[in-house]
Design a protein around this ligand. Structure first.
Ligand SMILES: [Zn+2]
Length: 348
């Protein structure tokens, strides 16, 4: 039998003072019986790991979500809110590269077929009246076959979740894409009720590194499998693209920097306000369990660059007591590390 929800609280091996709150919220949700919380809503998706899904990922990801929606995470004067851009699963071996499973499974749970749960949760940053979205989620253009391959559990909910915050897609001022892989840029464009493809955030400037965009338009044999025409077609024809080379402050307090590593044009985001900082290392640090600079993904196209850049930015972040934010981690949305990689504070 697979471990139940409790493992969620243990996976970072850190103390868990909020456990009682989560359990209370979970009980409340199951009483309410919302569509998103009903076990059968997940069971009907036909996975062979029903118990695990039921007990571990969906409820817990929703729990984390509900909690975040109630109390936003703050960096100085900036408010950060994670939006449900979809959840899915990938092969754990691919996510941890050359690291043996006996090591990584101590930090991150897998199911019987070695798959691990993943979020694709964009972060909305309210920064001095500007609305900045970091990443855009899986989007609503995946085919049934793609949903099956990537084991999509929660569908992309970014527009309704913005509406829940009293916002429209048109209100977003800036979208930062750390890179253009399908699981990060799928929500940049969407199909509407009439089946028409258009920009999801029609007013927003789209911030991408020039190197990444060059590669999107001229993919190599690996990246052609993740730079999908359906995701870049309307972006290419829009005037919203703003291509960056290196480092740029996109609004006061939010800076992007080119790193390469995962993709040639991969960039990261530094958020600074009121003397506090958060670093969004994107796919250089996809989950809390990837802290060791040598624990890079088999998906990384330039692994030695990923190792070098991760080492550099982690050291910088730890030195300035920065929070690290995660896009893919269903267990930890943000945390602080000490020099040895132990989590000292976390936001789940
Ligand atoms: Zn990713």
């Amino acid at each position: 039998m697979r471990p139940g929800g409790r493992i969620f609280f243990d996976c970072t091996q850190a103390s868990y003072p909020l456990q009682k709150i989560f359990l209370a919220v979970r009980r409340m949700q199951s009483n309410i019986g919302t569509v998103r919380n009903r076990p059968e809503a997940f069971l009907s998706r036909g996975s062979s790991h029903k118990e695990w899904q039921q007990q571990m990922l969906p409820e817990n990801s929703i729990l984390a979500k509900e909690y975040i929606m109630k109390t936003d995470f703050k960096i100085g004067d900036f408010e950060l809110t994670w939006l449900n851009g979809g959840t899915f699963e990938l092969d754990g071996g691919a996510m941890f590269g050359v690291v043996p499973k006996v090591l990584w499974q101590k930090k991150y749970q897998s199911d019987d077929s070695n798959y691990i749960p993943m979020n694709a949760w964009p972060i909305l940053v309210k920064a001095n009246g500007m609305l900045v979205l970091i990443e855009t989620g899986l989007g609503n253009k995946l085919t049934d076959k793609q949903k099956m391959i990537f084991r999509v559990k929660d569908e992309w909910q970014v527009p309704p979740e913005l509406a829940g915050l009293g916002l429209a897609c048109e209100d977003i001022d800036i979208v930062i894409q750390t890179h253009f892989d399908f699981d990060h840029a799928g929500g940049l464009s969407m199909v509407d009720g009439n089946g028409k493809l258009g920009l999801t955030f029609p007013r927003a400037k789209i911030i991408i590194q020039r190197k990444e965009w060059d590669d999107v338009l001229n993919p190599n044999k690996r990246t052609i499998n993740t730079f999908w025409p359906v995701n870049y077609a309307v972006v290419k024809d829009s005037k919203n693209l703003e291509l960056i080379e290196g480092t740029a402050e996109v609004v006061k307090g939010i800076t992007v920097s080119h790193t390469g590593g995962h993709n040639r044009g991969h960039q990261i985001v530094m958020i600074e306000s009121g003397g506090q900082t958060a670093l969004h290392l994107a796919d250089l640090l996809p989950t809390h369990a990837h802290f060791n600079p040598l624990w890079v993904m088999a998906y990384d196209n330039y692994p030695l660059d990923a190792i070098e850049q991760k080492e550099l930015w982690e050291a910088k972040g730890i030195q300035q007591h920065s929070w690290f934010t995660f896009y893919h981690d269903p267990f930890v949305l943000a945390c602080r590390f000490d020099e040895k990689g132990n989590i000292t504070d976390k936001w789940v």
